[in-house]
Ligand binder design. Structure first.
Ligand code: HEM
Ligand code: NAG
Ligand code: NAG
Ligand code: NAG
Ligand code: NAG
Ligand code: NAG
Ligand code: NAG
Ligand code: NAG
Ligand code: NAG
Length: 329
């Protein structure tokens, strides 16, 4: 016969466990390390091999995947919705204005084909994208730069308007940026750290040329932009209507994933208003100072990517495992 006190403590223990599980679930805690260990043991290796093979011949891909993962997570959570094509009835996220320069879809498709041949119907497109973002950036270091938990499932909905509503604009100021991140349960700290993604890649002139030519509508430049740098950018972006020229966001180290982005911010050379905005708040400025240190940046980036990668994820039996990443089953 069980002693009463023992039974009571057992009940207590079980409630504690249940409580912790509830907390874990609400934090995207159903994601875990090596989710495919039993069901598709080679999954992560396959993603890495194909990603590294492609990055080796195309150095623009890390920026493409990092940004694509961000855009995926900010619209309906990290559910691969950014990968879906439009249909006769629906205009997909891909078609939204901030989609400019999204790319690398062909690589995701190649990875998916290989995974479907190896273990059909098992690995989600959302996980492939999260892993490819990590692996593409990691290539230059020949080691994994952050941990990616897996177990995401794929969504079935992708709407252009939701991308327009949820992807932050390069014209955002500090207040609107903070709101947009709070909307995703991310903090000011995550905002400053993940903006460091702009250490690689390029931006189209039309996303910042107002700062060069007509900031307040009087034919003026943004006074918070370094005047010499503004003059240089005007030689690249010849007019307000130039929407084809691209400029490196972190000149001199556009392909290097490093902490140099924060140095450019301190020199008032942040390209978008949303970059410059990080220097307009005391707390944020303090973080920028800390993140100039490369070791600090890498550590913090790894942690914030984990939080971004867990936004509103579908797990368990929610959603589906797509057969092809650009269409729902
Ligand atoms: C803080 C709010 C953010 C805003 C307003 C923003 C805005 C933009 C814009 C306008 C571009 C240029 C796109 C183009 O001209 O084709 C861009 C590029 C990029 N963004 Fe962001 N972004 C933000 C946060 C992030 C985050 C969190 C990441 C990833 C962690 C990220 C990664 C990138 C990358 C890698 C590129 C370069 C893409 C390429 O070279 O094709 N951004 N971003
Ligand atoms: C698209 O619309 C057609 C006709 O209204 C309908 O039969 C079809 O089920 C719709 N497809 C989707 C994916 O909603
Ligand atoms: C981006 O949107 C434009 C305009 O809707 C569309 O023509 C283009 O194909 C889209 N780009 C991608 C990568 O889907
Ligand atoms: C590299 O990848 C990007 C994005 O998919 C693509 O637009 C570009 O054409 C590729 N470059 C080469 C040299 O293959
Ligand atoms: C990359 O790392 C692997 C395993 O750690 C090692 O065997 C290989 O020599 C490294 N390659 C380079 C180019 O450093
Ligand atoms: C930030 O932008 C919002 C929306 O455009 C605007 O209402 C607000 O006044 C701006 N805040 C600052 C401090 O400029
Ligand atoms: C916050 O999220 C809601 C719902 O998705 C959206 O309509 C709104 O525009 C978002 N606000 C910002 C600042 O991103
Ligand atoms: C500059 O902005 C003002 C006010 O928005 C506008 O009236 C003017 O046409 C713009 N100038 C150019 C060259 O676009
Ligand atoms: C770029 O500008 C041209 C001319 O103003 C316009 O026709 C075109 O649609 C624009 N393209 C994009 C991608 O915004």
């Amino acid at each position: 016969m069980m002693k009463k006190s023992f039974r009571l403590s057992l009940v207590f223990l079980v409630s504690i466990v249940v409580l912790f599980e509830l907390i874990a679930v609400s934090h995207g805690g159903e994601l875990r390390k090596n989710f495919y260990k039993k069901t598709c043991p080679l999954a992560e290796e396959i993603v890495k091999d194909i990603t590294w093979k492609r990055v080796a011949t195309n150095s623009t891909l890390p920026a493409k995947f990092l940004r694509m993962h961000f855009h995926d997570c900010f619209v309906r959570g990290c559910d691969g919705s950014v990968l879906l094509d439009s249909t006769a009835n629906n205009t997909a996220e891909k078609e939204a204005v901030p989609n400019q320069s999204l790319g690398g879809f062909d690589v995701i498709d190649e990875i998916k084909r290989k995974l479907e041949a190896t273990c059909p119907g098992v690995v989600s497109c959302a996980d492939i994208l999260a892993l490819a973002a990590r692996d593409s950036v990691s290539f230059q270091f020949n080691k994994s730069m952050w941990e990616v938990l897996t177990g995401r499932r794929d969504g079935r909905i992708s709407r252009r308007q939701e991308a327009a509503d949820n992807i932050p604009s390069p014209n955002f100021n500090f207040t609107t940026l903070k709101q947009s991140w709070a909307n995703k349960s991310l903090t000011l700290h995550d905002l400053v750290v993940l903006s460091g993604g702009h250490t690689i890649g390029v931006g189209h002139c039309n996303f910042f040329s107002k700062r060069l030519y007509n900031f307040t509508g009087k034919g003026d430049a943004d006074p918070s932009l370094n005047a010499k740098y503004a003059a240089f950018l005007r030689t690249q972006c010849r007019s307000l209507s130039d929407n084809t020229t691209v400029v490196p966001m972190d000149p001199g180290s556009v392909l290097n994933f490093d902490s140099h982005y924060y140095t450019t911010l301190k020199l008032n050379r942040g390209m978008f208003q949303s970059d410059a905005a990080l220097m307009t708040d005391t707390q944020s400025r303090k973080l920028v100072d800390e993140l100039v240190d490369q070791g600090t940046f890498f550590t913090e980036f790894a942690q914030s990517m984990k939080r971004m990668g867990a936004i509103e994820v579908l797990t368990g039996t929610a959603g589906e495992i797509r057969k092809k990443c650009n269409v729902v089953n």
